[in-house]
Ligand binder design. Structure first.
Ligand code: PHE
Length: 446
């Protein structure tokens, strides 16, 4: 058998993992959640949840993926032949296809806004900016063209494979992303009145913390770290046998959280400096920020940097979603990478067309009360993703041999793990994580 493609360096694994994790979840969702859930109080709760709860799930995906050395579907055939656990793989693949279909539509909007920035189309008229956003998303052809450009660029990176595609591009794009977010953050905190935004982000206000805060933090942790999608799993199968999985997981989660916090510092002080309400979801990114940029010196340049940042963050997430499917097609159907990438992208384009049009001409087509875009979003986020994460921890905690679990987490005895910490990991993988995921699922269904 031909040698499997894989990551060449630890740094390569880290930037690829961070590339998947850092996305719109960090750039607008996290800052907004922080603000409405008690500032620093939320950050403390979020950190605790990431490191105590999300981490064991991440370890589980890392362990199963690297052990199996296979795509997410084939892995369970290798590790548990003849059992029904392959369903996890099938669900992960479906989940990634649905998510990347609507994600590409949003990715197309970021490219369209980058283009608008480059051609100086942003004004200081908020009503006009609102109209511009509506027109951008509801048009027929234009969003399709930008979606094609977006998914095409992700596909082009994937054509070169893991080491020469994902790793090579992530090594350039992620540090660039970091530098650009820091530039915007510096500009933002030096605006007059920026202090109010910093207070909004960092003053702990425990009275704003409710039961919902914990659930918000949990959902955000899952989405932001990309756990439960088969992504960590697929990337882990490309990780060398001597790589330390615990330290890699901790670094990935730390990088993702750091990005989220800096993104908050980049966005909130500027928003407050102009007296705008921060809690408006996508509108914050596409309507409010162009206004903010129109008000500050060199704002035109910042707008271009900002939408380029959004595009980069989105494209590195999209390649991770696509790779789950591409690896499956290559290995299960024994096709070349080229055919696998082209057919996966073609499928996503077809689904993406429906997602895009469901913002405009097809907005009346409702399935279970949702348009196609929202249906894909809700079905994947509320059902497939948590169910996948649940099955992954159950598999790692109860089905996998304990000896295999510890062998993998210590990289065959190479990296010692404190026995007490190992006990804690096992306890959370077996009991705590399944219980909490079940709670989130039930909550999101009702
Ligand atoms: N983690 C990404 C973010 O924070 C979103 C994402 C989820 C990307 C799942 C890929 C897979 O925006």
């Amino acid at each position: 058998m031909a040698k499997r493609d894989g990551f060449a360096s630890s740094f390569g694994v880290l930037v690829a993992m961070a590339g998947s994790a850092v996305g719109l979840g960090n750039l607008w969702r996290f800052p907004y959640l922080v603000g409405t859930n008690g500032g620093a109080a939320f950050i403390i709760i979020y950190l605790a949840i990431v490191f105590i709860l999300a981490m064991p799930i991440m370890y589980s995906e890392f362990i199963i993926g690297r052990r199996a050395q296979s795509n997410v579907y084939g892995a369970f055939r290798e590790l548990a032949p003849g059992s029904g656990w392959g369903i996890i793989g099938a669900m992960a693949i479906l989940c990634c296809i649905l998510v990347v279909s609507f994600y590409s539509v949003v990715g197309g909007w970021t490219l369209d806004y980058l283009f608008k920035g480059l051609t100086f189309q942003f004004t200081s008229d908020t009503a006009a900016l609102g109209g511009m956003f509506d027109k951008t998303v509801t048009a027929n052809w234009r969003p399709l063209i930008f979606m094609l450009l977006f998914i095409g660029s992700a596909g082009a990176i994937l054509l070169s494979g893991v080491k020469d595609g994902i790793e090579k591009y992530s090594k350039v794009l992620m540090p660039l992303l970091f530098v650009m977010v820091v530039i915007i953050a510096v500009r933002s905190v030096t605006l007059p009145g920026a202090g109010a935004g910093m207070d909004f982000l960092f003053k702990p206000n425990w009275s704003a913390v409710t039961a919902n805060t914990f659930l918000d933090a949990l959902g955000q942790a899952f989405f932001s770290l990309s756990v439960g999608f088969g992504i960590i799993f697929t990337y882990a199968s490309y990780v060398k046998k001597d790589e330390n999985l615990i330290s890699m997981s901790i670094k990935t989660a730390s990088a993702d959280t750091l990005f989220a916090i800096i993104a908050g510092v980049a966005i909130m002080p500027a928003v407050f400096s102009f007296g705008i309400s921060p809690g408006q979801g996508p509108g914050l990114v596409f309507v409010t920020l162009p206004y903010v940029f129109s008000q500050i010196p060199f704002g035109g340049v910042l707008a271009i940097i900002f939408f380029f940042v959004l595009y980069v963050a989105a494209v590195t997430s999209a390649i991770s979603l696509l790779e789950v499917v591409v690896a499956y097609v290559i290995e299960e159907f024994r096709l070349s990478r080229k055919i696998a990438v082209v057919s996966t992208v073609a499928l996503v384009v077809v689904l993406g067309v429906f997602c895009s049009l469901s913002q405009g001409v097809l907005s009346d087509v409702k399935i279970f009360g949702n348009n196609i875009f929202d249906l894909f979003d809700k079905f994947s986020a509320n059902i497939l993703m948590p169910l996948g994460a649940l099955l992954v921890v159950l598999f790692a905690g109860w089905k996998m041999k304990m000896a295999d679990f510890t062998d993998e987490i210590t990289s065959g005895g190479l990296h010692k793990v404190n026995p007490l910490y190992l006990k804690i990991i096992l306890f959370s993988v077996r009991y705590m994580a399944p219980l909490i995921i079940a709670v989130i699922m039930i909550r999101s269904l009702i």
